[in-house]
Design a protein around this ligand. Sequence first.
Ligand code: HEC
Ligand code: HEC
Length: 367
Amino acid sequence: MEMIRRDAAFSAGTWFKTAPAVALTVLLFTGGLGIALVCAQTPPQPKPWKTLAEYKKDYGRPASVPYLADNPYSPEKARLGEMLFFDPRLSGSNAISCASCHLPGIAWSDGVPKSFGHAGTVHVRNSPTLLNLAWTEQTAWDGRTIELEGHVKGPIANPRVMNQPHDQLITELSAIGGYRTLFKAAFPSDGITIDNVVKAIAVFERGLVSGEAPFDRWIAGNERAISEPAKRGFLLFNTKANCAACHSGWSFTDSSFYDIGLADADEGRIKILNLPSMSHAFKTPTLREIGRTAPYMHDGSIPDLTRVVEHYNRGGDVKRESLSTDVRPLNLSKAEIADIVEFMLTLSAPAKPYPVPVLPMIDHAAR
Ligand code: HEC
Ligand code: HEC
């Protein structure tokens, strides 16, 4: 991490300008032409802190998904969790499911700046993707909940989100024969309880992992998997543009919290952790599938990726005391901004249909 930070002082743009000069020198010498001396006069240029091959190594995918010791994976739980996630009967109105705001077709986000909850109430924040959260300890934009398990109860009972008191939910689910069978299979000792609803949904969510993208094929050795502009963008991302100071590792997040200078009244994490640097701080989101999850940021205020990079290039819009020192004017050219966007688009796996589960029927026979 420190290495990348120091490296930000160097310009990847300069490095790219130098590389062809070196290549040209070699070419001209081998061609026996004296003008090579012109190139040789260029003063030595700073290089990126690491080589491209070394940067690539920082982004390898993990081999397996972590589950909690007290909520291990089982196919029965994952299947039940998926049904509950897609079932609008989890809400008070029976009209809103988790999937209403976390749609599989747009990488489990919802496409609007701020989500619509119970009876059309506008949520205070943007709905984030649910990908790769198995690797995140603090959940939600402000990290107020712990692990996926710690997040499930909130949206169900929240009157502005799904508006379903937990005891009422258990009564409703218990009246559905299919769920009685499914809960028994997943939790043989205690069946339908709110804690088991939590466990099943969290096991399902842990399985939401971004698929293999062109970027992964590139770092695995296929040089043709991504374009030349995207490769330049990757190097800029790790050097001059300083993005990797926070968007690091295979899922492009350090799961930490920063104020990146958005003009929004939401005070963010300071309400959870009372430190000056946490004022207006929000969790670094993953950049996997980032092309699909517009609009961006906790307030949904930035409509596309070019404007996201322009925001960072300006050094943010509001220079509060809490503004992260890693957000500062970057002096990126228009072409460099386009390269970084091109790189981010290589983080999407090829589109694959997501089959929505068939849900259990209510009991129709008179009781
Ligand atoms: C009305 C829309 C809406 C519904 C319904 C909804 N969510 Fe969300 N979800 C959001 C929004 C908005 C956030 C961001 C909230 C915040 O951070 O303050 C969020 C955040 C999350 C997060 C945290 C993501 C992260 O990056 O840490 C998880 C996990 C999640 N929701 C899962 C669920 C589950 C499971 C359900 C169903 C039980 C659900 N959501 C229902 C809108 C919704
Ligand atoms: C200081 C840490 C930091 C740096 C440096 C940084 N980011 Fe971010 N990034 C964040 C945080 C935190 C958020 C969420 C901010 C919010 O919503 O308030 C974010 C949000 C984003 C988003 C929107 C994600 C979404 O799902 O809404 C994108 C895209 C993004 N950053 C790309 C970049 C790029 C490209 C760079 C380099 C030019 C960069 N970031 C530099 C921390 C950082």
